[in-house]
Design a protein around this ligand. Sequence first.
Ligand code: ATP
Ligand code: MG
Length: 198
Amino acid sequence: MGLELKYGEGQTPLDEDEKKGLKIKTITTHGELDEFEQLNIEKAVEWTIHANLKANKILTEKFVKDLHKRMYGDVWKWAGEFRRSEKNIGISWPLIGIELKNLLDDTKYWIANKTYPPEEIAIRFKHRLVSIHCFPNGNGRHSRMMADIIIESIFDKEVFTWHRSNMVKTDKTRKEYINALKEADNGNIEPLIEFAKN
Ligand SMILES: Nc1ncnc2c1ncn2[C@@H]1O[C@H](COP(=O)(O)OP(=O)(O)OP(=O)(O)O)[C@@H](O)[C@H]1O
Ligand SMILES: [Mg+2]
């Protein structure tokens, strides 16, 4: 039984090997997949509430991987492991480790030196993280949760509202989100900050 998935704009398709990593064999449609992933993600959110997270723990490769595993580990065998294939979004896969280290180091510097306001640090981190695209899938949702964890646990502020959407459907809200990411690709981070705050 195969998994037939359709992809919208700004989504990264899975290759055949990655599809084999599906743990729940009864899933056959994208809708069912979305639901199982959403349940798993809600468990991860629950975990973050009780985990007492601090900056020195959050801004590490280990935490970035652990969070991905918490979000998708019930559904995908490769949850929490860096991708080993090229994607339409993201850098060449052998560079993921080094680019993530650069990002983590830059972010610690921004925090220590107050280079940008808290919201801007969290959203700049989110945008660069999803541009690296560490994992075979789930990078968008993972990067948004990382931004929420940074703003809440490092800066002691309310989490972002993200237009009250999980952006799974290809609707007007998702279009606005993808456009804000493209603006950020071109060096204008403001639309993505505004999107996250509203
Ligand atoms: N031009 C772009 N620049 C940076 N990031 C992008 C761009 N286009 C799309 N993205 C991000 O990549 C995500 C798709 O990657 P992936 O499928 O791994 O994430 P996802 O969590 O499954 O998707 P989603 O964010 O839709 O829940 C998009 O949702 C978006 O967050
Ligand atoms: Mg996806």
